[in-house]
Design a protein around this ligand. Structure first.
Ligand code: SIN
Length: 311
């Protein structure tokens, strides 16, 4: 059997397929649909210092090949996560990665520090890319200087493997990625949703209460793939790719483009056990091609012109 393990800093994942934050609840909600132990990891819904109700409805809608959301980072807060969810999650042999955010840099650091003090957290994913909130989120992710400052502060607050989740809506995402790497991140997660909107033509009003929201799903896959390919060549830390992955072949495209792992998001809403299908599909692909180790596929993109040039 091929070796599917992959490394994010000092964290070894048993396979490269993680459930993406915001599409998998706190993990436990999906335990009736699949064996959580089989996943490479679970990235739980973004956690803040205090509970949040999120944005008013309507805050979600289906689009052609995708989904628009404006949830507004509704969550139970870090303390309730630790007391109500983590004890059950700890029963599973799966890497639990806590996605975190705050209104201020100090709040991010506080949440990271709190999670580092408890058993059962394998890593922290810093969300500097949510387009649906007034403070924090994307505000930090668009600006390389802010992204660097925030990462450095969170780095000081935790020894856990640190992933930073970037927005495609930054003027220069590669520069943001480089600065986040310099500030001590162990991996870059990309990309979060693209900012989009929808209008109800009967009433001539925006469909979402917040006017704009984040677009995810297969519609964004080629855009996300291009960004992963671009950023993976500019940083030395691993990239965790995501954006519209709905099959093993989609996941393999991201891995060939340079991702060391992938996250599956919107597809979980269509098929709650899709991550298992994707893991099995990657294993079948390696077997069919007689590849012993997933790492041989990472960044294996062959570009014809380049091959000719090196001949
Ligand atoms: C949300 O809760 O609004 C989505 C989370 C995100 O885009 O990071």
């Amino acid at each position: 059997m091929a070796d599917l393990t992959t490394k994010i800093g000092k964290l070894t994942l048993k396979n490269p397929v993680l459930a993406a934050s915001g599409t998998f609840g706190y993990g436990l909600e999906y335990s009736h649909y699949l064996d959580l132990n089989e996943l490479g990891g679970i990235v739980v819904k973004g956690l803040s210092l205090h509970p949040r109700n999120g944005n008013p409805p309507p805050r979600i809608m289906e689009t052609t090949g995708g989904m628009l959301n404006s949830i507004g980072l509704q969550n139970i807060g870090v303390e309730a996560f630790i007391t109500e969810k983590l004890p059950d999650l700890r029963r599973y042999d799966v890497a639990v990665i806590a996605n975190i955010f705050g209104n201020t840099i100090e709040e991010y650091a506080q949440v990271a520090r709190r999670l580092s003090a408890v058993e059962g957290i394998a890593g922290i994913e810093v969300n500097i890319s949510c387009p649906n909130i007034k403070a924090g989120g994307i505000m930090f992710g668009r600006d390389p200087g802010q992204a660097e400052m925030l990462t450095a502060r969170v780095r000081k607050a935790t020894l856990l493997p640190l992933l930073v989740k970037l927005t495609p809506d930054a003027p220069d995402i590669s520069e943001v990625a480089r600065r986040v790497q310099d500030a001590g991140a162990d991996a870059i997660s990309l990309v979060n949703t693209f900012v989009g909107m929808a209008i109800d033509v009967e009433t001539a009003t925006p469909f979402l209460s917040t006017i704009t929201g984040g677009l995810s799903g297969p519609a964004i896959k080629p855009l996300a793939l291009r960004l992963v390919w671009e950023v993976a060549r500019k940083v030395t830390i691993p990239v965790v790719g995501m954006g519209g992955i709905a099959s093993a072949r989609d996941a393999l495209e991201f891995i060939i483009a340079g991702a060391h792992a992938v996250q599956v998001g919107t597809a979980n809403f269509i098929n709650p056990s899709i991550c298992i299908d994707i893991i099995n599909g990657i294993r079948d692909y390696l077997h069919a091609k007689d590849i012993q180790n997933l790492n041989h596929v990472v960044g294996s993109l062959r570009i014809k012109g380049n091959e000719a040039a090196s001949d």
